[in-house]
Ligand binder design. Structure first.
Ligand code: ADP
Length: 436
């Protein structure tokens, strides 16, 4: 019986051991299954990442080339199209031996790039490289300009290949080239215009200078002749009118030549003004008086303060400024009208206002009034003669005196010019005769 019991016990132990082994095997199997499932998931994940990467590379608008010494083993659609191949296989077959197939040229000089200098080859040898190159497309044979950026691909510190991203910049280059050509044409045109302006100025200076003396003589002798004939008293009314016209026109000619001389002096930088104390009140009064005596269709009122307003400047130039403004006020009121001249002190300035009731100035003309040779459209359509120099000179005189000029006007509603000139600082009486 004890033997029987012992063998039953052994059997029991074996069964137990077997059960345990079965359990272990089952656990192993479950573990294996788990590993297999994980592996399948990883493979699937890798597959999807690879597909994503492929999709990204394929959908890149720039050409992507990945390869090594043996050739290009990955190219996207843009890369195939850029080089003019029908499909990736054609391209890969053609570029089997990289060094021999890449025969690009430098975009700036057109020189052939030696195979070992190609951006891709440089990258394969460990140097990242960005180049602008001329690439010949296989089918059409035309050149495109490509910006090629190549970099080595490293794996565990070892270069396993290179990647190049190429962008077609042909259109941008063409635009840049056209822009440069336009710039160059504009530079040439500007130079020509400057030369023409220089010639005009030189001509103006010589012509005005040469005309000045004969016209001065003409004006002087005409006036002398008129005075003598008037004294002799043997002029009939028609002859008087003719003589007056002669005097008026020769004076006009002198003024035009003076204006041209001023402009040519301004261009040459020879326009200088004196700086001495000037009684602006008497300048304004005297010029207004002188002009008033010759008025027929117009009336003129001049309001000046009782005290002298003294400015630092050039009396002749200030008189010229007054003449120009008043002559314009008369000329641009062709049907007559009232002209109002007013001088007053305004803080540290003398404020001169000249207002007329004439044809006014179109708003489009206002910003250009002080530009030389500019004339308002209504001045021309009304056939009022002029050269467009008077206000330019007035502006220069005002500026040279440290003052400002402004105009308020509308077409058909008269014009008002306001000039502000700094008053001489009267603080120190010992400086009364000087502007220092
Ligand atoms: P010009 O009288 O010889 O044309 P200005 O330089 O004196 O040259 O004047 C420039 C332009 O400004 C004139 O052609 C005219 O259009 C306008 N202008 C100047 N003064 C007046 C004014 N008082 N009334 C209307 N327009 C004026």
């Amino acid at each position: 019986m004890p033997t029987e019991n012992a063998s039953a016990e052994v059997l029991q132990r074996e069964i137990c051991a077997l059960r345990q082994r079965v359990q272990e095997l089952e656990a192993d199997r479950a573990h294996q299954q788990q590993i297999q499932a994980d592996l399948a998931r990883t493979v699937q994940q890798l597959e999807s990442e690879r597909a994503q990467l492929e999709a990204i590379i394929q959908s890149m608008p720039d050409a992507v080339y990945i390869g090594d010494e043996s050739g290009i083993w990955k190219v996207n659609e843009a890369g195939v199209r850029m080089l003019g191949y029908a499909c990736a296989d054609d391209l890969q077959a053609a570029v089997r031996v990289l060094g021999e197939q890449l025969q690009n040229r430098r975009a700036d000089t057109g020189e052939r790039i030696p195979a070992e200098d190609e951006a891709f080859m440089q990258a394969l040898h460990g140097t990242p490289c960005v180049r602008e190159v001329l690439v010949r497309r296989v089918q059409s044979g035309d050149d495109i300009v490509v910006r090629s950026a190549a970099a080595p691909v490293r794996l565990n510190d070892k270069i396993v290949g290179a990647v190049a991203i190429n962008t077609d910049i042909t259109a941008a280059k063409r635009t840049e080239q056209e822009y440069q050509q336009l710039l160059e044409a504009e530079r040439r045109a500007r130079k020509d215009a400057e030369a023409a302006l220089h010639m005009r100025d030189a001509f103006l200076a010589v012509a005005a200078h040469e005309l000045k003396n004969p016209v001065t003589a003409l004006v002087g002798y005409t006036q002398l002749l008129s005075q003598r004939l008037a004294r002799a008293g043997n002029l009939d009314p028609r002859q008087k009118r003719m003589l007056n016209t002669l005097i008026m026109q020769s004076n006009r000619l002198r003024r035009l030549i003076d204006a041209l001389l001023d402009v040519s002096q301004l261009h040459m930088g020879h326009f200088t003004i004196q700086r001495v104390p000037v009684n602006f009140t008497s300048v304004v009064g005297a010029v207004a008086d002188e002009i008033q005596t010759g008025l027929q269709q117009h009336t003129l009122a001049c309001h000046t303060p009782d005290v002298p307003l003294v400015v630092c400047g050039d009396q002749l130039r200030l008189e010229q400024m007054m003449y120009n403004l008043l002559q314009n006020a008369i000329k641009y009121s062709p049907h007559g009208g009232h002209i109002d001249v007013r001088l007053e002190a305004e803080q540290q300035h003398a404020l001169l206002t000249v207002a007329d009731q004439g044809i006014g100035i179109p708003s489009a003309a206002l910003p250009h009034l002080f530009t030389q040779f500019y004339r308002g459209s209504n001045a021309q359509s009304e056939q009022i003669k002029g050269m467009g120099l008077g206000l330019y000179v007035v502006h220069q005189i005002v500026q040279a005196h440290g003052g400002t000029i402004e105009v308020a006007s509308a077409e058909g509603q008269g014009s008002t010019f306001r000039i502000r000139l700094p008053l001489r600082d009267a603080a120190s009486p010992e400086q009364r005769d000087t502007c220092e």
